[in-house]
Ligand binder design. Structure first.
Ligand SMILES: Nc1ncnc2c1ncn2[C@@H]1O[C@H](COP(=O)(O)OP(=O)(O)OP(=O)(O)O)[C@@H](O)[C@H]1O
Ligand SMILES: [Mg+2]
Length: 327
């Protein structure tokens, strides 16, 4: 449904994105994850025909974003970083205006309005001036304008920014409910958001894609050891050394104030049973034993702090360059 091939965008001397390539299938929800300045908004602006790429090709539903912008725009709902709102209009006036701009018939406009007002819980504010609404409500109005003509493709630039926790959950639910019937790209810095609503994540850093996979596979691919946390009631002196001597244990971190030992074990080896028997058998008292999964947060930091370790299956992360280390 969406195809981006070797797209590069330069602003004068600055290369904002470089040879970005990815595609999104029909009905898929894809997260664009990256730190500030990574190039998320730039990519979205190219896809929504807001500006042309310097090089490369972007297509939506088979239409070229540069050659056939009208066809592309007709099929896209776009929520820009700063929603294009008119503060002196009421919510209803504004959405009516947007609907007319999009060329909706009176009947489609009416049903579209009812649908978005309900889906985004805008009923109570629909006669209020947009300029007087809170940030979160303005964001919802921005989302409403993107959804108004029920487009098959949605490009949402940080859709949950400025919302309260309850609204964040509601908007995520809304996005999830669009999956299957709509193709969605959303950008975010919020990692749980990517895991919560997306089937696939593209991690972009400094204008380049550094990883692209399902959230669970991303963390699995980058994991280099299993981590187990063990809390012992009466640890004898030198227990860390004794843990380290167990087969399969690679390193042990001494307890901090939590009293938990952190054991790094060989990948693919579950040593929980052995460790439990070792502690209990020696009568030291086992208070807690658990594996520590690698979160998407760890993956993200590892990918965006180290030089490209993209597709390289099982490749070790390299030492960060001085510049990246400073960042
Ligand atoms: N109009 C512009 N003129 C010059 N440089 C720009 C312009 N727009 C963006 N850039 C630069 O391009 C790079 C990518 O910016 P972009 O806005 O795409 O990042 P982003 O991933 O959306 O970041 P954020 O998370 O902060 O929204 C940045 O270095 C930015 O300064
Ligand atoms: Mg941005």
């Amino acid at each position: 449904m969406i195809e981006v091939q070797n797209v590069t965008k330069r602003y004068g001397d600055l290369t904002a994105i470089e040879r970005v390539t990815f595609s999104v299938n029909k009905g898929e929800v894809l997260a664009f994850l990256g730190p500030n300045g990574a190039g998320k908004t730039t990519t979205m602006r190219i896809l929504t025909c807001f500006m042309p790429a310097t090089e490369g090709v972007a297509r939506v539903a088979g239409f070229d974003c540069f050659e056939q912008p009208l066809e592309v725009k007709r099929r896209i709902g776009y929520l820009p970083e700063t929603p294009p709102l008119y503060h002196e209009l009421t919510v209803r006036e504004y959405l009516t205006f947007v609907g007319r701009l999009k060329g909706l018939s009176a009947e489609n406009l009416r049903s579209g309005l009812d649908r978005v007002v309900e889906r985004l819980s805008l009923g109570e504010v629909r006669h209020r001036l947009i300029g007087n609404l809170s940030r979160g409500f303005q964001q919802r109005v921005g989302l409403a304008q993107a959804l108004l003509h029920n487009p098959p493709v949605l490009i949402l630039d940080e859709p949950t920014v400025g919302l309260d926790p309850k609204q964040i959950i509601e908007i995520r639910e809304l996005i999830k409910s669009l999956a299957g019937s709509h193709t969605v790209i959303l950008s975010t810095h919020i990692l749980p958001e990517a895991t919560a609503v997306c089937q696939r994540v593209v991690i972009i850093n400094a204008g380049r894609i550094v990883a692209m996979d399902r959230p669970d596979r991303l963390s699995a691919r980058l994991r280099r050891s299993e981590k187990i946390s063990v809390t012992v009631k009466a640890p004898p002196a030198g227990l860390a050394e004794r843990f380290r001597a167990l087969p399969g244990v690679q390193s042990v971190f001494e307890p901090t104030d939590t009293g938990a030992f952190l054991l790094e074990c060989e990948l693919g080896r579950d040593l929980r049973d052995e460790i439990a028997r070792f502690v209990v058998g020696n009568g030291w008292g086992l208070l807690e034993l658990k594996t520590i999964p690698m979160t998407l947060e760890d993956v993200f930091l590892r990918l965006t702090q180290h030089e490209d370790i993209t597709a390289g299956e099982g490749e070790e992360a390299r030492t960060p360059s001085k510049e990246q280390a400073r960042a």
